[in-house]
Write a protein that binds this ligand. Structure first.
Ligand SMILES: Cc1cc2nc3c(=O)[nH]c(=O)nc-3n(C[C@H](O)[C@H](O)[C@H](O)COP(=O)(O)OP(=O)(O)OC[C@H]3O[C@@H](n4cnc5c(N)ncnc54)[C@H](O)[C@@H]3O)c2cc1C
Length: 456
C-alpha cells in the first residue's frame, strides 16, 4: 500500500486519469483514487461527441475554442478511440435563418472549418434527414469512445509509474497550517482505512467535487446542468446532427456512431430524473430532424448531471469551459486544486492546466507532453485482442463485481442486488406493447432465478 506520494488525484473519470497521465509523464509520483471500478466516470458511456466547438460557439466561444483545439489534438493522440462521422447543423422550416449567419460568423472567428450546404446537397449526403430541410452547415464533428480513451490514459499513467487504487474512497482531506497534508481513504471492499500523505491534492471527483472540498471547510459554488438522453436502436444517420438554433432547445441533437443512436437535450433544473413528457419531447424533436427516429425503438432514457462553476451570470449562460480552482489562492488551503467544467473533448487540456499549477507549486519546470505522445491502444468491447481480455468488462460488470457476485450465500445475492440497483438507478425504460411485456417477463425470470425478490 502507498502511504506517501507527491500528488493524490481524487476521481478516476476522464479528468482524473488525464491528470494522472500528465503528472506521471512529468515524473511526479502520483496516486489516483477511484471509489468505484476502473474509469467509473466513463464507464456507462460508450460514445460521446468529440465536439468541434460548433455546438457551443455562438453562446460560449471560450468553451468552443477549447473544444476545437483539443479535438484536433485528440485526433492525433487518440485516433483509435474516435469515429469520424462529420457533423451537420441543419435548418428546418420555422428556424431563424439569421442563426445560421451568426453561427457561420462565430465559427470563422475561431477558425473552425464550416461549409454551407444547400438543401439538395445535404439530402444527397444525409438521406435520413427530413425532406423539408432548408440548408445545413457542415462542421468537423466526430464521436469518441470515452471508456477506451480513459482506459488508455490509465494504462499510460501506470506505464509512467502512477498508482491507481480502485474501490478506494477519498473520505476527507487532511489540512494543517493552511496546507494540504494528504487524504484519508477507505477501501470499499475491506473497509480498511488508510492515510495517504501528499504535497498536492487534485479534486477531480466530478459531481462530487463539492463534497470533497467541504471536508477542508471549502464551499465551491456549483450549478448542476442536467442533460437527458434517449438511446434508440439502430444507426439513424451517418453524421452527428444538430438543429441549427440556440443550444438548450428540446430535441437538439441526434448523435450517431456505433450501432445505436442517442438523442439528447439539455435542461437546467433541480430534478435529476427524466420525465415521460421530456422523453416524448426529445423523440418528437429528434423526429423533426430525422423522421426515422419516430419509427425506431427507444431502448431507454437517462439523465446525467454536469457540475459547472456558478458564476454571477444570467440563468442558461454559464460557461461549459474548464475551471481550475487553486484553493491556496481562493481559500487559504495551499496545494489543493479542483478541476471541473469542460468535457471529454477537453479533458487533456484540463489535466494540463491543473498539472501546470502543481508544477508551479512544487517548483518543477517539467513541461506537458501529453499532446505529443500517442495513447496506447486499448481493446474495446468488440475488439478481440486476446491478452487484453482483463480490461473488458462483462456487460459493464467489472471482474471485481463479478467476484463479489459469485461469492456463496447471501453475500453474493446482496452484491448482485446492489449492482443491479446501481445499474437501474436513474434509468427509465422506454417501452410499450409487446416489447414492454417481453422486458417484464425477462425481469421476472431474472428476479426469480436469482431469488432477488426475496432478499430483504
Ligand atoms: C449528460 C452529459 C453529456 C455529456 N456529453 C459530452 C459529450 O458528448 N462530449 C464531451 O466532450 N463531454 C460531454 N460531457 C462532459 C463530460 O462527460 C464530463 O466533462 C466528464 O465526464 C467529466 O469527467 P470527470 O472526470 O471530471 O468527472 P466524472 O466522469 O464524473 O468522474 C468523477 C469520478 O470521481 C469518482 N469519485 C467521486 N467522489 C470520489 C471519492 N470521494 N473518492 C474517490 N473517487 C470519487 C467518481 O466515482 C467518478 O468516477 C457530458 C456530460 C454530461 C453530464
Amino acid at each position: 500500500m502507498v502511504d506517501q506520494t507527491d500528488v493524490v488525484i481524487i476521481g478516476g473519470g476522464c479528468t482524473g486519469v488525464g491528470v494522472a497521465r500528465d503528472l506521471s509523464m512529468r515524473n511526479f509520483q502520483c496516486v489516483l483514487l477511484e471509489m468505484k471500478g476502473p474509469v467509473h466516470g466513463s464507464n456507462d458511456r460508450h460514445r460521446d461527441l468529440l465536439h468541434s466547438g460548433a455546438f457551443y460557439v455562438v453562446a460560449d466561444p471560450v468553451a468552443a475554442r477549447e473544444c476545437y483545439y483539443e479535438s484536433r489534438i485528440l485526433r492525433r493522440i487518440a485516433g483509435h478511440c474516435i469515429e469520424e462521422t462529420g457533423g451537420l447543423s441543419v435548418l428546418l422550416p420555422g428556424d431563424d435563418p439569421g442563426y445560421a449567419d451568426r453561427l457561420l460568423h462565430a465559427l470563422s472567428q475561431i477558425g473552425i472549418p464550416a461549409r454551407r450546404l444547400p438543401a439538395g446537397k445535404v439530402l444527397e449526403q444525409e438521406s435520413a434527414l427530413a425532406a423539408e430541410v432548408r440548408e445545413a452547415i457542415a462542421v468537423p464533428e466526430a464521436v469518441v469512445n470515452p471508456f477506451a480513451m480513459a482506459l488508455a490514459n490509465v494504462r499510460s499513467a501506470q506505464e509512467h509509474g502512477a498508482r491507481v487504487l480502485t474501490h478506494c474512497t477519498a473520505v476527507s482531506l487532511m489540512v494543517e497550517g493552511g496546507e494540504v497534508r494528504g487524504v484519508r481513504t477507505q477501501c470499499r471492499q475491506s473497509g480498511e482505512e488508510l492515510e495517504i500523505r501528499s504535497r498536492c491534492i487534485i479534486n477531480a471527483a466530478g459531481a462530487l467535487v463539492g463534497e470533497i472540498a467541504t471536508t477542508a471547510g471549502i464551499n465551491i459554488p456549483l450549478l448542476f446542468s442536467r442533460e437527458t438522453f434517449v438511446l434508440m436502436t439502430g444507426r439513424l444517420s451517418n453524421a452527428v446532427i444538430y438543429r441549427c438554433r440556440a443550444q438548450g432547445s428540446d430535441g437538439d441533437v441526434v448523435i450517431t456512431g456505433g450501432s445505436a443512436a442517442i438523442l439528447g437535450a439539455i435542461a437546467e433544473s433541480d430534478r435529476t430524473a427524466a420525465s415521460p413528457e421530456e422523453v416524448d419531447e426529445i423523440i418528437e424533436g429528434g423526429g423533426q430532424i430525422v423522421p426515422g427516429v419516430l419509427d425506431a425503438r427507444a431502448i431507454r432514457a437517462y439523465s446525467r448531471i454536469r457540475p459547472l462553476l456558478k458564476l454571477r451570470r444570467p440563468p442558461g449562460s454559464q460557461s461549459r469551459g474548464i475551471a481550475v480552482l487553486d484553493h491556496g489562492m481562493l481559500n487559504g488551503v495551499g496545494g489543493l486544486y479542483t478541476v471541473l467544467g469542460g468535457g471529454i473533448t477537453t479533458y487533456r487540456l484540463a489535466a494540463q492546466l491543473v498539472s501546470d499549477a502543481v508544477c508551479r507549486r512544487l517548483g518543477s519546470s517539467a513541461l506537458c507532453t501529453t499532446h505529443r505522445e500517442v495513447l496506447p491502444p486499448i481493446a474495446c468491447r468488440d475488439d478481440t485482442v486476446p491478452d487484453r481480455k482483463e480490461e473488458y468488462e462483462f456487460q459493464g460488470i467489472s471482474p471485481l463485481d463479478l467476484r463479489e457476485i459469485l461469492m456463496p450465500g447471501d453475500k453474493g445475492i446482496h452484491a448482485l442486488k446492489a449492482l443491479l440497483e446501481e445499474r437501474w438507478e436513474g434509468v427509465r425504460p422506454v417501452a410499450w406493447g409487446e416489447r414492454l411485456r417481453e422486458e417484464e417477463l425477462i425481469r421476472g425470470i431474472a428476479m426469480e432465478t436469482f431469488n432477488l425478490d426475496h432478499v430483504k
